[in-house]
Ligand binder design. Structure first.
Ligand code: MG
Length: 203
């Protein structure tokens, strides 16, 4: 399985990092070794001075698909989770300046902690989900998926033109504003609506 991640999908997050709004959907891959489950502790890596959290709604692909039309994309997922796209912002910044890949900045071991997957039907519509992230008891990220620039269905249609989607593949759908630094001792609790999805301690 593969982990696909969309970047720059919320306007105010693009602005907070001083990035340009892309012409087309920006996406990248994390290896499956990036995943971490069961509220496992996140160990701050020693090869970065500036690890950032990015809270994102994650969609699990249910069946294989290639060049999926946007109007049928909703048939390709039925479960969602909440995840953190952990990012080595200093490593990423250097890569951006040199036009180099983001693989290390985004794909290091355990860079993708995620909650359990639950049926989307328990929450409502994919483009009308409130979600939020608390850091040490204070809300740092709060958004609704209707604020996405590109909808989940548009993302699936776009990516599947180039990369075949398979059952079990995951798509991180982008982070809203409020990203920030991860420090040892932090506790991150993520919610979709009122439901607590994960609780992760940083060691
Ligand atoms: Mg992200």
């Amino acid at each position: 399985m593969k982990v696909l991640c969309v970047g720059r999908n919320y306007v105010e997050h693009i602005e907070e990092l001083g990035n340009e709004k892309p012409d087309s959907i920006v996406f990248f891959l994390k290896p499956d070794t990036a995943l971490s489950h069961n509220n496992d502790d996140f160990y701050l890596p020693d090869f970065s001075e500036d690890v950032h959290y990015e809270c994102e709604v994650v969609v699990k692909i249910d069946k294989v698909g290639k060049t999926i039309p946007v109007e049928y994309a909703h048939e390709y997922y039925s479960e969602i989770a909440l995840g953190l796209d952990m990012t080595l912002r200093d490593v990423q910044q250097k890569a951006k300046e040199k036009g180099l890949p983001w693989t290390l900045a985004k794909g290091f071991d355990y860079s993708a902690p995620i909650s359990n997957f639950l049926p989307l039907s328990e929450f409502g519509k994919i483009q009308d989900l409130d979600f939020s992230l608390q850091k040490n008891g204070a809300i740092v990220q709060q958004a609704n998926t209707k604020q996405m620039i590109h909808t989940v269905d548009e993302i699936i249609a776009y990516i599947s033109q180039y990369i075949t989607l398979k059952k079990g593949d995951l798509i991180f759908t982008g982070t809203p504003k409020g990203v920030g630094k991860v420090n040892i001792g932090d506790k991150f609790v993520g919610y979709i609506g009122e439901k607590e999805m994960f609780s992760i301690n940083v060691k």
